[in-house]
Ligand binder design. Structure first.
Ligand code: URA
Length: 259
């Protein structure tokens, strides 16, 4: 296989990013710096990107639209798991979900057999942005947006990294902005605020706790994106499909920032 194809298949970057990485002398084959993208490599060659060995294992990446009601684990005695949806997939035995969404959270989940990729996406030091849509049963405090932007402090005293909050608090209001019973009923009776929160952390119940620290109570949560990778709107709940080469790089292109 060509070296550039191997590198992009192993998530080092897009074909054009890989060209630059090669040009910058950051790839070694069996100890020698190689700059030629067309070089043919085989299973026994040892490939290093910077100091990292790139395994020859075939890697698979899937976008999964997690429905509510299943847990983000490979197995569970009590509950349905996200992996139950992959039972028909040939590679089922190797795969695992990248990070966790709560049982009642919906949305984008990546499933892969690439441990390194998973680590880089979930590692707190990498600050990969995740975007969540939420609905809250309570309105958020008036200063929620600025407190989130500064880095909110949770009720247990944990200080969060700065987060982006886009808020729409009209679900229970009429056209004139007044609290309206009619609008409340139309909105399902509960939602008092909805918004999009962009965070770079992923601790237990991160979004729910951040919203709670602003007086809200999350009653619906959906992950919309990870890095620059968005949930495919054509992918129904419970469905999955392979990521394209471009999409893998959108989620995280570990070498791109250093080019
Ligand atoms: N934050 C939460 O509170 N729950 C999730 O599932 C993901 C992020």
């Amino acid at each position: 296989m060509r070296l550039d194809k191997f590198l992009s298949q192993h998530n080092i970057g897009t074909r054009s990013e890989v060209k630059k990485i090669l040009k910058n002398g950051r790839i070694r084959v069996n100890g020698e710096i190689v700059k030629a993208p067309e070089m043919q490599i085989g299973e026994t060659d040892i490939i290093l990107a910077d100091e990292r060995v790139i395994s020859h294992q075939e890697l698979y990446y899937y976008m999964f639209h997690k429905p509510a009601g299943c847990v983000s684990a490979c197995s569970d005695r009590e509950h349905e798991t996200v992996m139950d949806y992959f039972k028909g997939c040939d590679r089922f035995d190797e795969l695992f979900p990248v990070g966790r969404l709560d049982k009642d959270t919906e949305g984008l989940l990546i499933v892969t057999n690439d441990g390194d990729f998973s680590h880089r996406l979930t590692s707190p030091g990498k600050h990969v942005e995740k975007r969540y849509y939420f609905r809250s049963a309570e309105p958020l405090d008036a200063d929620a947006v600025s407190r989130m932007a500064q880095g909110i402090t949770l009720r247990d005293g944990t200080k969060c990294s700065p987060a982006g909050l886009l808020l729409r608090e009209e679900a229970a209001h009429d056209k004139n902005g007044c609290l309206s019973e009619d609008a409340l009923i139309k909105s399902g009776g509960a939602s008092m605020a909805e918004g999009i929160l962009t965070i770079t952390e992923g601790a237990y119940h991160q979004v729910k706790r951040m919203v709670a620290a602003c007086g809200g109570r999350v009653i619906y949560l959906k992950r919309l994106s990870i890095g620059n990778l968005s949930l495919d709107p054509n992918l129904g709940k419970g469905a999955y499909r392979e990521l394209t080469e471009e999409e893998k790089c959108l989620a995280i292109s570990p070498f791109a920032e250093k080019i």
